[in-house]
Design a protein around this ligand. Structure first.
Ligand SMILES: *Cc1c(COP(=O)(O)O)cnc(C)c1O
Length: 430
């Protein structure tokens, strides 16, 4: 069975042949690869090819694929039963580890995805403040909850369908959209909607319109505006949590959030999300408070075991962060050098172990600048890199994720491939 024939079968029984849109390769052309195995920094497809993987399941796999300790922990857990719908010890261990290490998170509620975490966090912000409106940023993605599908990044961005059909006007009108790295755009919304804003939600490092770092003082500016207006600051750390450093963006930038959402790394590749915050805010969540939120499989013991094992390794081996950040720095420098030598229109952003190469000459600091990228060139680059054995995100507007199992050799091979591919593209007239 090869990828092409699986894709033909998949398309008959699943919309677009996939269970999440970006996987369909719609933005880069060609057919998606069906993956059969991951080992360390590499993945293999059913066609027998091996790739250096920079998708890493979009972030969760921060230690690399098939990590022996994580695999073993799950294996021993499954023989105790898969789910009970009753409390288990592993949930307490996970919550204790998170609350003892992440700033401003005294209590945490586990859910099953980043989407669910954000939906719940937004409801909590509204319930806690008694206000309805939420400010988000153009190009930031916060999962597919109705109120967040307004000017969202990622799949919606590449497909030029930032607003999903099926989201009611009633819902959309309570979501206000500001410009990333533009504090005045936020200030204006606060002025125009006095005493109506429950909270501001942001990816503290934008990573769903490609990687865009927050400019100096932007996050602290948001903190001040929220304080001044009695609104909550929600950090969507589904990508940055446990990745920039163990304490996430709050620790990395020294800025306090009121509610933090997690996903991806927190589950090590299993379906886990979480939201947390200060005690008085989290005590509004049912059964303690009036903000309802529940889940049959929330805190699932197998998912918790995988996540806890990964978080424990990360918390006890902080040098992991030095290593992945340094590898990412090497990539950044290599890409910049190649762009300079070849005189190609490229802009490279990096924060920690997240890297993006944009095919534009503009300094990419917000959504509008990200959109100046030549997506046609990206799709050529993507497909040629794939032929060289490098698996990149099938969209310009995603990050490259570096894991602890990536090696210096992987990075060198990747840069060699990029120089070759970009050189060829240059000859083709780009
Ligand atoms: C991936 C992502 C989400 C959604 O998480 P899912 O697990 O895909 O539902 C939310 N916010 C951010 C910042 C993300 O990157």
């Amino acid at each position: 069975m090869n990828s092409n024939s699986l894709y033909e079968r998949a398309k008959k029984v699943m919309p677009g042949g996939v269970n999440s849109p970006v996987r369909a390769f719609g933005a880069v052309g060609g057919n998606p690869l069906f993956i059969s195995k991951g080992e360390g920094s590499k993945i293999s497809d059913v066609d027998g090819n091996e790739y250096i993987d920079y998708v890493c399941s979009w972030g969760p796999v921060i230690l690399g694929h098939n990590h022996p300790e994580i695999a073993k922990s799950i294996e021993s857990a499954i023989y105790n039963g898969l789910s009970f719908g009753a409390p288990t010890e592993i949930e307490v261990l996970a919550a204790e580890l998170i609350t003892s290490s992440v700033p401003n998170v005294d209590m945490v509620r586990m859910v099953n995805s980043g989407t669910e975490a954000v939906m719940s966090a937004v409801r909590l912000a509204r319930g806690y403040t008694g206000k309805d409106k939420i400010i988000k940023f153009e190009g930031c993605y916060h999962g597919h909850g109705d109120s967040m599908l307004v000017k969202a990044g990622s799949g919606a961005l590449t497909l030029s369908a930032p607003d999903s059909r099926g989201v009611t006007h009633g819902t959309a009108k309570d979501t206000l959209v500001a410009v990333y790295n533009d504090i005045e755009s936020v200030e204006r919304l606060f002025c125009e909607n006095k005493d109506e804003i429950a909270g501001v939600i942001i990816e503290p490092v934008a990573a769903n319109m490609g990687v865009i770092p927050p400019e100096e003082n932007f996050l602290t500016g948001l903190r001040k505006l929220c304080d001044k207006n009695n609104a909550l600051l929600i950090f969507d750390e589904v990508i940055t949590g446990f990745r920039l450093c163990f304490g996430g963006a709050q620790e990395f930038y020294g800025v306090d959030a009121d509610i933090v959402t997690f996903g991806k790394v927190i589950g090590a590749g299993m379906p886990v999300g979480a939201y947390g915050g200060r005690r008085e805010i989290m005590e509004c969540v049912s059964p303690l408070g009036g903000v309802y939120q529940a889940g049959t499989l929330s805190g699932n013991p197998i998912a918790m075991t995988a996540g806890y094992t990964q978080l424990k390794i990360l918390s006890e081996n902080k040098e992991i962060y030095n290593k992945i950040n340094n590898l990412a720095l090497k990539l950044e420098e290599g890409f910049k050098r190649a762009a300079g030598e070849l005189e190609l229109p490229m802009w490279v952003n990096r924060v920690g172990s997240l890297v993006s190469v944009f095919f534009t000459k503009e300094c990419v600091e917000n959504y509008k600048k990200a959109k100046t990228s030549d997506t046609g060139l990206y799709s050529k680059y993507f497909n040629y890199m794939l032929k060289e054995g490098i698996y990149l995100a099938p969209s310009q507007f995603e990050a490259m994720f570096i894991s602890y199992s990536h090696t210096e050799e992987d990075i060198c091979k990747t840069l060699d491939a990029a120089r070759k591919v970009l050189g060829n593209l240059k000859e083709l007239g780009y």
